[in-house]
Design a protein around this ligand. Structure first.
Ligand code: AMP
Ligand code: ZN
Length: 487
């Protein structure tokens, strides 16, 4: 299926940091989207601020897929940088061994949040050769110089420097350098592509000398390698705009002479008490901390996805509770659709409502991924369908269309499956081994139904208590059917 066939109805628009405008999205190659997403620096567990950006990237890829595009996404894993070198040396283990643990944790956390796996997960240290070759290309073209064994990028040679972050480099002293990978706009300098090793530090022996790559060259080299000279979408959190993405542009465009990425999408911060959540501020929460305090994975995913990505998200315990009850409301609705028996026939009003909601859902997402508008459309549908059901105006023939709408919603939001307990179990949290599977619950519920039918209320109460002890709540409906959910 080609993207064009299914996108004719809605024009997808994204805000492009490069132009500063919201533009119609058209990929370079018909039906295929190439997308580079900056991944984590794996020196610790990722925090939920990081996951705000990763959830945004997942919603983006899921939406593009739902529009019929084939998505080729690359995510890098930065497994070498100043902090990793320091921390692995302090722990007395190799960089590989040190980062393996956090890469595994990242993959496990992704699974808990239903983040689809990118087509390529690229580990920086597996691509040192590509980085060295890119630096050599830049040297051949006169964009670099060396000093004390390190290689620097001369930003004065790239007149377009600053076009993404709009930083003004006029009057900057040529040759002033910075060695750190992360710095503020007011300290824009020639930056290190390749860093000479300090005593005792891990290094790679290469044709450009011993040392290790700077952060920016990692992403530029891996993006060019996997996606070619010009890619459709490049994204990350807003803090990556400068210097990281500005420097990636300088590196790749100087080497290829081609535009690097056509659409630059940046997610706003997740805040705590109106401050950016970050490791250095010490105001961060990891997923595991939240999970072990009773938060469900689906609540976090819902919360992070629910605020449009270009709006800041102030994280509070109340917002998590709100997300949990929203997910529950949606799950209860789907369960009601599946289990309740309605009168035969179908209702034109419900069909119309579904159609309208789906249009609003799609037009919300097409408008620079306005997830709040998309959710409002779904909640309107849920509210109105529930009212129609309560009034006896909902018909059996309406079920398929409404379920179809909920499935379409879940292709993007991915919170409807009631599998939080299993997900936590997989992370070794919350008595996962005692967690009861859906099939077991169904069997116990059926047994209780049979007991009720033969009016054996002692047995039926015992089964209800047994299910409650395993975290399952039963809701008996008026028509004699029973719905269950996890607490
Ligand atoms: P890092 O591991 O620091 O390279 O960050 C991984 C990703 O998380 C990057 O795209 C960052 O921009 C993003 N990020 C870091 N902190 C936050 C935050 N508080 N809110 C949203 N995104 C963030
Ligand atoms: Zn990057």
């Amino acid at each position: 299926m080609s993207g064009e066939n299914t996108t004719t109805k809605t024009t997808v628009r994204f805000h492009n940091t490069l132009s500063g405008e919201t533009e119609t999205f058209v990929p370079l190659k018909s039906g295929v989207v190439s997308m580079y997403t900056c991944g984590p620096t794996v020196y610790d567990f990722a925090h939920i601020g990081n996951f705000r950006t990763f959830v945004f990237q997942d919603v983006l890829r899921r939406y593009l897929k739902s529009k019929g595009y084939r998505v080729i996404q690359v995510m890098n894993l930065t497994d070498v940088d100043d902090r990793i070198i320091q921390k692995s040396a302090a722990a007395g283990v190799s960089i590989r061994e040190y980062t393996d643990k956090y890469i595994q944790a990242f993959l496990d956390d992704r699974r808990a949040l239903n983040l689809e796996l990118p087509e390529y997960l690229a580990r920086a240290t597996d691509h040192i050769d590509d980085m060295v070759k890119l630096i050599q290309r830049l040297t051949e073209k006169g964009f670099t110089y060396t000093s004390e064994g390190s290689t620097y990028y001369r930003i004065a040679k790239f007149p377009e420097y600053g076009k993404l972050s709009k930083i003004d480099v006029a009057g900057m002293q040529d040759g002033a350098r910075v060695d750190n990978d992360r710095y503020e706009k007011d300290s824009a300098r020639d930056f290190a592509l390749w860093k000479a090793p300090k005593t005792g530090e891990h290094f790679w022996e290469t044709p450009i000398g011993p040392g290790r790559p700077g952060w920016h060259i990692e992403c530029a080299a891996m993006a060019l390698k996997f996606l070619g000279e010009t890619l459709d979408i490049h994204s990350g959190g807003v803090d990556l705009t400068f210097p990281h993405h500005e420097n990636e542009i300088a590196e790749s465009e100087a080497a290829t002479g081609k535009p690097f990425a056509r659409y630059w999408l940046h997610a706003e911060f997740l805040l705590v008490d109106h401050e950016k959540m970050s490791k250095s501020m010490g105001n961060f929460a990891t997923l595991r901390e939240l999970f072990s305090h009773g938060t469900k994975p689906s609540s976090i995913r819902f919360l992070l996805a629910s605020v449009p990505y270009r709006r800041q998200l102030n994280f509070t315990p109340e917002s998590l509770l709100g997300a949990a009850s929203s997910v529950e409301r949606l799950r209860n609705f789907v369960s009601r659709l599946r289990t309740e028996k309605f009168e035969e026939g179908s209702s034109a009003a419900v069909a119309e409502r579904v159609e309208k909601s789906m249009q609003e859902f799609d037009s919300g997402l097409a408008d620079d991924l306005n997830t709040a508008q998309a959710l409002a459309a779904i909640f309107d549908l849920v509210r109105e369908a529930n009212i129609a059901m309560d009034r006896g105006e909902f018909r059996q023939g309406d079920v398929a269309a409404v379920l179809g709408a909920m499935e379409k919603f879940d292709e993007i939001f991915a919170v409807l499956q009631d599998d939080d307990a299993e997900k936590l179990g997989a992370l070794g949290i919350g008595g996962g081994s005692a967690a009861v599977s859906d099939a077991e619950v169904e069997a116990l519920v059926a047994e209780r139904q049979a007991a009720r039918k033969r009016r054996d209320f002692v047995a039926s109460d015992r089964l209800r208590d047994e299910l409650a002890a395993r975290g399952i709540v039963l809701e008996d409906s008026r028509d004699g059917t029973v719905r269950w959910k996890r607490k």
